[in-house]
Design a protein around this ligand. Structure first.
Ligand code: KMH
Ligand code: ZN
Length: 310
């Protein structure tokens, strides 16, 4: 691992897993996503990981919706824009890549394997649904895996990486996903330095056990040596512990309402910035410096904000 001089805080502000009925603080409209992103950047996030939603909260892939989000964020702060290519399991790969193709961002997420990605359990905890689409949407994940074939990964690497100079947040939900990344690195399609985002605690992926994080780093060290940066988070209540563990080992961190709707036990987070502030405090207590967006650009070898297509 390339040990972090300064820890990069990524914030995933809305995602496509949580639904509006779970929290009044989940940003939905472009205006809300922009405000949450700017506040997170102000609080110390160097990278903003973006999804979009329609007015009723349904995940959106349309570049026209992303336009209303990305243009004001770029105007309002210098954080690195990271466009998700995960989208939602119901979208085609072309739909999932549409926004990243349109904007050619500095970073895009890339999911490194097909897997069960189950969050149907949300339905057990909601008594009042705000929108009719939400319940079937979450229940659908029990029977429909999240597909990320080798052909799709190669397509994203070529369309976004080779053609546009976009680099990737390699989302690894299991140890096998590291070997998939190594395969694409061996073929020269994925280029170092890699940003490996270890994702723990998704039902269908590797669990939120700290031994798994240690093991993921050990295998990544074996496969990639000093060619990679590590970052991690856990979905749900283990979020901050996994950020702390990653930083302790020399890695970076990701927070945000995409990954966890809470700020503490039983207490909903009121904003993304609140989670950024919390992790920043933990990092500072550990004696860590916080990376600026330009620090992140330098260490991740990003092409620069001027080279995205606005
Ligand atoms: N939509 C989820 C199944 C990412 O942002 O790349 C996963 C996801 C991850 O969207
Ligand atoms: Zn995401």
């Amino acid at each position: 691992m390339i040990a972090a001089d300064r820890v990069i805080i990524s914030t995933a502000v809305t995602g496509s897993v949580h639904v509006p009925s779970q929290s009044d603080h989940l940003p939905i409209t472009p205006e809300q996503i922009v405000a949450e992103s700017l506040a997170a950047a102000e609080a110390g996030a160097a990278i903003i990981h973006l999804h979009a939603r329609h007015e009723d909260g349904r995940p959106a892939f349309e570049p026209s919706v992303f336009e209303k989000i990305i243009l004001p964020i770029v105007e309002g702060c210098d954080a690195v824009i990271n466009i998700s290519t995960g989208g939602a399991s119901s979208m085609t790969i072309e739909e999932r890549l549409a926004a990243a193709t349109r904007f050619s961002p500095e970073l895009a997420s890339l999911n490194m394997g097909s897997m069960n990605f189950v969050f149907s359990g949300i339905a057990d905890r909601i008594t009042h649904w705000k929108h009719a689409w939400e319940k079937p949407y979450v229940l659908n994940t029990y029977g429909h895996p999240f597909i990320n074939s080798f052909a799709q990964i190669e397509y994203a690497l070529r369309e976004l990486g080779e053609k546009g100079g976009t680099r990737f947040e390699y989302e690894c939900y299991d140890i096998g996903h590291l070997y998939t990344l190594a395969h694409f690195a061996d073929r020269g399609l994925a280029k170092p330095p890699f940003l490996i985002q270890g994702v723990f605690g998704i039902l269908g992926g590797i669990g939120a056990d700290h031994a798994n994080l240690t093991h993921m780093v050990a295998i990544a060290d074996k496969l990639f040596g000093d060619d990679y940066h590590f970052s991690a988070f856990a979905a749900g209540r283990h979020q901050m512990q996994f950020c702390t563990h990653s930083a302790w080992l020399g890695g970076h961190v990701r927070v945000g309402l995409e990954d966890n709707l809470y700020i503490g036990k039983g207490e909903k987070a009121t904003s993304n910035a609140q989670q950024v502030t919390k992790v920043r405090g933990i990092l500072t207590d550990l004696g860590k410096q916080i990376a600026t967006p330009d620090d992140a650009r330098r260490v991740l070898a990003l092409k620069g904000a001027r080279n995205i297509t606005l």
